[in-house]
Design a protein around this ligand. Sequence first.
Ligand code: PLP
Length: 487
Amino acid sequence: MESSLKPMDAEQLRENAHKMVDFIADYYKNLEDFPVLSQVKPGYLSELLPDSAPRQPESLQDILDDVQQKIIPGVTHWQSPNYFAYYPSNSSIAGFLGEMLSAGFNIVGFSWITSPAATELEVVVLDWVAKMLKLPNQFLSSGLGGGVIQGTASEAVLVALLAARDKILSRVGKEYLNKLIVYASDQAHSALQKACQIAGIYSENFRLLKAEHTSSYELVPEVLAEAISNDFSSGLIPFFLCATVGTTSSAAVDPLCALGKIAKASDMWFHVDAAYAGSACICPEFRHHIDGVEEADSFGMNAHKWLLTNFDCSLLWVKDRNALIQSLSTNPEFLKNKASQENAVVDFKDWQIPLGRRFRSLKLWMVLRMYGQENLQNYIRNHINLAKQFEELVKSDSRFEVMAPRTFSLVCFRLVPPPNHQDNGYKLNYSLMDAINTSGKIFLSHTVLSGKFVLRLAVGAPLTEEKHVKAAWKVLQNQASTLLGNI
Ligand code: PLP
């Protein structure tokens, strides 16, 4: 029987996609009406949906009605102007249009031949962003290095670690895997721990060095040097250092110059994770935070966090692309083709974990072209100024204290516990955060610094303006008054 289904009929696409764009535009128009943090209980959705797929087609309108009534209540609104949790994950019209185009082409660009434009555009835009960040020329595609779009910073650090592991093992012998040592500060993202688990690094060989309040949560070079020296003395092989520019807890910036020199002196691979704060370094006044990147072997930053490019778009540059390729390339018969065999092209399948890959460079290209460097710089500056204003507000209220230096758009703070208060303010601040997040008015998240429960307010959602930051502060103050009044 002939199927009546026309899954990609151009006119049906036009009609339905217009409806979808209207629906999404209305969503953005009404975004502030929704509680920022979803208020549903676990398992809420299975009670609202049938337990098997429909046998017959349903209309787009019926489905959109369900999205409105059943899905949106279970959405936490990352694009809300009142979203201040974790780090931002930006969307923008340009990023959205790029995603749309990518969904339209729906190519799977693992090798150059599978869509030359996808590979070549990625090479071009990664060079563009490298120049915006003033990365050393070795990271550009014209030399031995180059950039690639990974899904996440976790994948970026994993592939860097795999390249570094295989490079050292090819020198010392595979049997030395159990001697390989990885270093980072205890403020590094847990993505590194996961990468070590996947890469077979022995858990006892993963060194998370203490970064204390006294060093503003930055990794102290002398601490690293001592750890490396002890490990060498024990016959171990230090081989990988991950420094962070903009740690997840407090946006601390590890001193790249000094750390990089130590790593180089010990012949180690030096990876810089600037997942969040890397975007700020496109501004000349913040570029100094990645001074020392010259020492790095790999550098990663997420354009999907704070550079208006819809998730996912994690940028990774390496100085030696062959190190990546040697670790990750495979060459099965069914993928062989003339261009690859002649070594005339980049095949990004050999720079990443999966084979398949989306046309992600389109959205980044559209962001860079539709907004331009100056607008992007001002976008970042505005958020940093708003965070500065929020920090001033916190400082102006003696019931609160700032808990770590503010460098970018993250403010770490807490309510000062009354003297001799049980648990040093842990419960008090947890209650403050919980009450605020369940109010749905704003959403912020927390960390623990030096054993203290700390609230994190990260400015960075594309729609956030001064009035939202001021309103967030009022919400915090009011809730603080209620809580302190009940002690
Ligand atoms: N590194 C840092 C410094 C981060 O802040 C984050 C997430 O916030 C990550 C890595 C992990 O990012 P991803 O979700 O892209 O793996």
